[in-house]
Design a protein around this ligand. Sequence first.
Ligand code: HEM
Length: 361
Amino acid sequence: MTAHEPRPSRTVSRRFGDHAAVVAVATDPETFSSAVSRHLQVPNGLDGEAHRRARAMLDPFLDAQRVAAYTPAFVRVAQQLLEQLAGRAAFDAVSELGARYAVRAQSAWLGWPASIEDDLLQWVADNRAATRSGDRTRLAGVAVRFDAIVRARVEERMGADAPDDLTTELVRTRDAEGMPLSQEVLVSVLRNWTGGDLASLALCVGVVVAWLTEHPEHAERLAAADDAELDAVLDEILRLDDPFLANRRIATRATEVAGCPVAHEEVVALDWREANVDPARFEHPHAFDPHGNASANLVWGIGPHVCPGRPLATLQLRVLTRELLRTGSVRAAEEHGGVERETPPAGGYRRFMAALERHDA
Ligand code: HEM
């Protein structure tokens, strides 16, 4: 399981969807612990000082300035992929564009070989299906397979002849006491950096492509927008149809949230999607207003567990959107199988068939 997946090991008994309650729970880690799963999850399952130390050690890998160095690699990945897809009558924006782009971009970032691309893609597909089914045995089987892929990357880097890449840098990282990270911790960190992100990014791409097909009037302005403007638009598109639904917390004591009693050890879900369109917080929750809505946007979470991968995910999405707009105009391809929504616990689209018509065609 990863930071981005609902972990089914403890049952949620209460779901908070109003913005104020979600913010209250997410910003009170003393009362609402993130240690919901029985499995080691670094950093998302940690609390307090252990969590702060883990974030201090790991956040620099995801820092905006550091990830910016990978821009040319992401541009290459996006261009190659779009070149192929623009030649086709239609493609699925989630699996054929989103998942493939996510796997290639994330592998470029981590230094993982192209030879495992198909294994990772198969894993994303199986994991999405297992998540949909809610079947714990199936989910556990998929998680074991993913751990084996990640463990192999760590083991390859244990010797002196390790490649010079970000994964090797992580493997050689020392903790605050100067100790090397255990293999269990390394696998957990890499699982969080890939496992959840690959599926989340694929779903984000589906939502962005769908929005672009519905709003062709914005294409020209977006193609000319600077990075900050494009990032604000992407955040707003994701707020309007947040594909990343929820995370859980467990109460460390009996308490009350927005007038609802919460028992000691009760597991609650923070419904980011619902909170992101809460009419009590957003005057026009379904209206597109990137700057007006930015300060209340919860797509990346809030509080000490706020997404550390935001700069990387935003860069990857921005690069893909820019290249898409540069290549051609995208439209929904209903005649090729159309659209199917995902079902909770995942959001966004299961399938969104689109066609890309080149500007120079
Ligand atoms: C693709 C779009 C993404 C979305 C929508 C997203 C969203 C989120 C949200 C809402 C949280 C808060 C979880 C909580 O409060 O329990 C979170 C946490 C986290 N995200 Fe992301 N994320 C994305 C991409 C990434 C990427 C690219 C990475 C790393 C490579 C990443 C790594 C993490 C980690 C490690 C946590 C746990 C942080 C902690 O517990 O301190 N995310 N993400």
